[in-house]
Design a protein around this ligand. Structure first.
Ligand SMILES: *[C@@H]1O[C@H](CO)[C@@H](O)[C@H](O)[C@H]1NC(C)=O
Ligand SMILES: *[C@@H]1O[C@H](CO)[C@@H](O)[C@H](O)[C@H]1NC(C)=O
Ligand SMILES: *[C@@H]1O[C@H](CO)[C@@H](O)[C@H](O)[C@H]1NC(C)=O
Length: 174
């Protein structure tokens, strides 16, 4: 029930989700020293490919993403957060049974690009493109991401928050 607006990559045991976000609770650990660079570089590569300027890293957004991911870990077995009340854009990735690096997470979102038609700002039938269009949304300037791991089933939940949020209805991403 937490995965509407989400697209399932069943072959890879990956699930992505794009929503607007929710207010976060309790404290979080620092990510790997260069994980932030890897999240950022992967986003900015996808943006450069379509002529959109780079995002900058936001520690505040990363902290919110970390708090939200840890709450899902502690209370919801790493399932997707309900981000419908957040003032940020949010992309999520659930992965079962294997480690997901920051680059792999972002590349999984960017893989939706092949379903997106820029000319009429549409998405292929039965596909969702909102995760990709958030990555390349021109008016979004800041990103922050985090991951939490659930040891009981070796799953992970990766969340990125975006500010200002993308996927404004009726607007093209760039
Ligand atoms: C998410 O939260 C919103 C607002 O609180 C609620 O209306 C909606 O039903 C929730 N969605 C799910 C899938 O739980
Ligand atoms: C960190 O840097 C090392 C060495 O440059 C690189 O191999 C690795 O992929 C980077 N990212 C993470 C998250 O460790
Ligand atoms: C999380 O998973 C464990 C083990 O499968 C289960 O016992 C528990 O009820 C689950 N918790 C929630 C909130 O779904």
């Amino acid at each position: 029930m937490l995965i509407n607006h989400c697209f399932a990559f069943t072959a890879l045991l990956l699930l992505t989700c794009q929503c607007s976000a929710q207010a976060p609770p309790p404290a979080a650990p620092a990510p790997a020293p260069n994980a932030s660079q890897e999240y950022l570089a992967a986003h900015n590569q996808a943006r450069a490919e379509v002529g959109v300027g780079p995002l900058r890293w936001s520690e505040a957004l990363a902290k919110s993403a970390s708090l939200t991911a840890r709450l899902q870990r502690d209370k919801q077995n790493c399932s997707f957060a309900n981000l419908s009340n957040s003032r940020y854009g949010g992309n999520q990735l659930w992965a079962g049974g294997f480690a997901v690096t920051p680059r792999v997470a972002v590349e999984t979102w960017v893989a939706e690009k092949k379903f997106y038609n820029y000319a009429d700002n549409s998405c292929a039938a039965d596909r969702r493109c909102g995760v990709y269009t958030q990555v390349v949304w021109k008016k979004t300037t800041d990103v922050g991401c985090a991951q939490a791991a659930c040891s009981h089933d070796r799953s992970t939940l990766t969340i990125c928050f975006y500010d200002p949020p993308g996927n404004v209805v009726g607007e093209k991403p760039y």
